[in-house]
Design a protein around this ligand. Structure first.
Ligand SMILES: *Cc1c(COP(=O)(O)O)cnc(C)c1O
Length: 401
């Protein structure tokens, strides 16, 4: 297959992004986000480890972290790496966000942090988490890995809670191949994060070189004519082998590299950041247009923004009326090269490799969401004809008895 679309709308890099001269990626990001300073890390996961450990040092009598039961497996690995205990919160019915009542029933004197999670650029209810956290003395750490650039009432996500982090991994918008951004407005936390980062993120020439080469590879290969080699073929191979976890890249290494974000990659990021706002505007307009075509489909739930929220649009997140219909749609679309995919395959306890880390629990809503959801790329490379083909497939599947 020649043409292959990525599952998310990543900002393409240019060779000119590699020219020297751009400095101050951290300052540019801070200005762009509207925060005093940011702390750069080598991944969102590593930012999360550093934040949680620093919080634990400030409140050593607390060691539980409440997270949505349907989220990135790296979140479980980060909590484990920080030496803390995972408490899974089920989702609200038909929603990706945590059930507010269950947050309240899980939280208590042991709770170190609650992690509202802005998935796929859509905003989570941070206030619900804050309400519970303030009552029990826990922190709120916003997982905004998939929401760099999202705003609520004009303010960046990640700043309403006590701290927040963003991911610069491949597939999450702006990328340095791997990277993470930690933000907080709390001076005590900011000092603790910086100190902890100096201890945990040790310079490594090997990682600096490897990641620079990987980012250069991304610069060359992130285009529809080459993505089948790096994305489509491995995906189809994994699906043919009956391994959807590998197909979506949910099969993470338990080991979490921790090192500084290399200078050269920061310079590439600084160049690319200058194009991020117009790119986000293009993808936002495309998303709203396409959501309007999806909304009338019977039985389909589309996720959008409530009043005052301005999310970002890496992909469109959809919930089908049943697993059968979701799977029927994916049978035609997942391997078609059109950027239709799934987000997380399982609720956290259902990943085999997390068995020793994540407690098992009932979690009916998280499992239901995993079974019925799918995503459509919002890459500008997805043409209107291609989108119409996806739309027609969904229409047919939803109509069939
Ligand atoms: C990707 C992701 C992370 C981890 O970020 P990395 O930069 O990939 O380490 C954390 N949480 C969520 C929801 C994610 O999607």
């Amino acid at each position: 297959m020649s043409r292959e679309l990525p599952p998310t709308a990543g900002l393409p890099l240019r060779l000119s992004d590699w020219l020297p001269g751009a400095s101050g990626f951290d300052r540019a990001l801070a200005t762009w986000l509207g925060v005093e300073s940011v702390q750069l890390e080598c991944s969102g996961t590593s930012a999360m480890v550093i934040a949680l450990q620093a919080m634990h040092q400030l409140r050593p009598d607390r060691d539980e972290v409440i997270v949505p039961a349907w989220t990135c497996p790296l979140v479980a690995l980060a909590i484990h790496r920080a030496g803390l205990t995972i408490r899974l919160c089920d989702l609200a019915p038909d929603h990706f966000d945590m059930d507010a009542q269950q947050i309240a029933s899980l939280a208590g004197a042991q709770t170190l942090a609650i992690v509202p999670t802005h998935l796929g650029g859509r905003l989570a209810d941070v206030d619900a988490a804050l309400h519970v956290a303030r009552a029990c003395g826990a922190y709120v750490l916003e997982d905004a890995a998939q929401a760099l650039g999202a705003r609520q009432f004009g303010q960046s996500v990640g700043l309403r809670g006590d701290a927040g982090f963003f991911s610069l991994a491949v597939g999450k918008g702006l990328t340095t191949f791997e990277g993470g951004i930690l933000v907080t407005r709390d001076a005590t936390l900011r000092r603790a994060f910086a100190e902890n980062s100096r201890k945990l993120a040790r310079p490594s020439a090997r990682w600096t070189l490897q990641r620079a080469l990987e980012l250069f590879g991304y610069t060359l290969a992130y285009r529809p004519s080459l993505l089948s080699w790096f994305y489509g073929r491995p995906l189809r191979k994994a699906l043919a082998a009956g391994d959807p976890v590998a197909a979506v890249g949910d099969d993470f290494d338990i080991d979490i590299p921790m090192h500084p974000l290399g200078r050269w990659r920061q310079s590439v990021g600084a160049h690319a950041l200058a194009r991020l706002s117009p790119f986000m505007e293009t993808t936002r307009q495309q998303a709203w247009r396409r959501l309007a075509s999806l909304r009338p489909l019977p039985g389909l739930t589309v996720f959008s923004d409530a009043r005052g929220n301005e999310g970002v649009w890496p992909f469109l997140m959809l919930l089908m009326p049943s697993q059968e219909k979701r799977d029927a749609a994916l049978r035609d679309l997942w391997t078609a090269g059109l950027g239709v995919s799934r987000l997380f395959i399982h609720a956290l306890p259902d990943y085999g490799y997390l068995r020793d880390i994540v407690p098992s629990a009932a979690l009916p809503q998280a499992r239901d969401f995993a079974a019925r959801s799918l995503t459509i790329t919002n890459s500008p490379w997805l043409t209107d004809e291609e989108f119409d083909h996806i739309l027609a497939t969904l229409q047919r599947v939803l109509r069939d008895a």
